[in-house]
Design a protein around this ligand. Structure first.
Ligand code: MRU
Length: 354
């Protein structure tokens, strides 16, 4: 096993998946977990765009951070001729890598703003690298703050269990995690009994990544099939469903991993709390509602095969949207680093995000 968790002050921030070395970016290849811990080294923006599209790195904040480093690499390796055009081309390529997580476009916009102030290539190389590092560090800080905000909001006195979906941990972020950060914080505060982790078909972020992250950090976890969530709630086993987000619109609708919407319906039926945890870089106030969010559809092979092994008739038609939209009305709380929006709607969202 490679180096385990990293710590920030007293808090352990989990297994980070993004390492910046100035001239190169290293990504822990999440396609190979949990069997292999293999790092990929990237020296150009095209490689980073491809790594995002292929899910070497995934999770909304981690995608944004990686894209920012991709722009920094583009500056570093620009030819010196029309360097501005080269960097702009890199930004376009990175923006085309995945459509749903707004953190990608947010991070690219931050980089573009910085780039617009640069008068020379040298200045661009330094400024863009500094900005990417800032985006990375601010994401970690936001996760730590969100965890505190969530803990205060839940006002729990006794340990309880939660259910989560997909992977929202250190692997998906700059460290610590969003929903998994809250879970980490509950564990630190001795308020966590157990985490039920949905396996998260079809890519299996829950079984391959969340179960791995939590087990390795000594946080109690039970893996369940996605279809078991209703039975878990009906049996009164969990008090909260806690998930992350890929994009939150002005009215409080939330796009997240496919299957999140069904969990919200189930939670409401069983009177289980439903909490979304995401940094403000996931909030897109330019979109009125979830109907406007572009939902990524991925290849049918993700359902027809598991790691190259056929599990469905060859060539069967497949519908594979990898995100869905949970209407704001099913959400009890959206937790961000700026504060908590309870029973989110346009007014509540506007009060935190102008
Ligand atoms: O397709 P993925 O693995 O990138 O999807 C990830 C999710 O849906 C996460 O829940 C979301 O990005 C929040 S991660 C902190």
């Amino acid at each position: 096993m490679s180096k385990k968790t990293v710590s920030s002050g007293k808090r352990s921030i989990g297994t980070v998946a993004i390492r910046w070395h100035g001239g190169s970016l290293e990504l822990l290849d999440q396609r190979l977990l949990p069997d292999q811990e293999h790092w990929i080294t990237l020296e150009g923006a095209s490689g980073v765009a491809q790594a995002i599209g292929d899910m070497v790195v995934r999770g909304a904040p981690a995608i944004g951070i990686s894209a920012a480093y991709g722009v920094a690499l583009a500056a570093r390796h620009a030819g010196g001729g029309d360097w501005k055009a080269e960097i702009r081309q890199a930004i376009r390529e990175l923006a085309a890598s995945r459509p749903t997580a707004v953190n990608l476009f947010w991070a690219l916009q931050e980089m573009e703003r910085e780039f617009a102030c640069c008068h020379s290539l040298d200045e661009a190389v330094n400024r863009l690298a500094r900005t990417a590092v800032r985006i990375h560090e601010e994401d970690l800080a936001a996760n730590l703050a969100m965890a505190d905000n969530a803990l205060e909001h839940m006002a729990a006195e006794k340990p309880f269990s939660v259910l989560t979906h997909c992977n929202t941990g250190a692997l998906a972020t700059g460290g610590y995690g969003t929903a998994l950060g809250v879970i980490r914080r509950l564990h630190e505060a001795k308020l966590l009994k157990n985490v039920y982790a949905d396996e998260t078909r079809p890519w299996l972020q829950g079984s391959r990544l969340t179960a791995w992250e939590l087990s390795r950090d000594g946080i109690p976890v039970t893996l369940n099939a996605d279809g078991a969530a209703a039975a878990i709630m009906a049996a009164g086993k969990v008090r909260w469903v806690i998930v992350g987000a890929d994009r939150i619109t002005a009215n409080g609708d939330v796009a997240n991993k496919i299957g999140t919407y069904s969990l919200a319906v189930l939670a409401r039926h069983h009177r289980v709390g439903f909490m979304v945890v995401a940094p403000s870089s996931t909030v897109d106030m330019s979109l009125e509602s979830g109907k406007d969010i572009p939902i990524e559809e991925r290849e049918g092979s993700e359902l027809r095969q598991v790691r190259g092994m056929p599990i469905a008739p060859d060539g069967v038609k497949v519908f594979n949207p990898v995100f869905d939209v949970t209407p704001a009305g099913l959400i009890d709380a959206i937790v961000t680093e700026k504060g908590v929006v309870s029973t989110p709607d346009l007014t509540g969202m506007r009060s935190l995000f102008r």
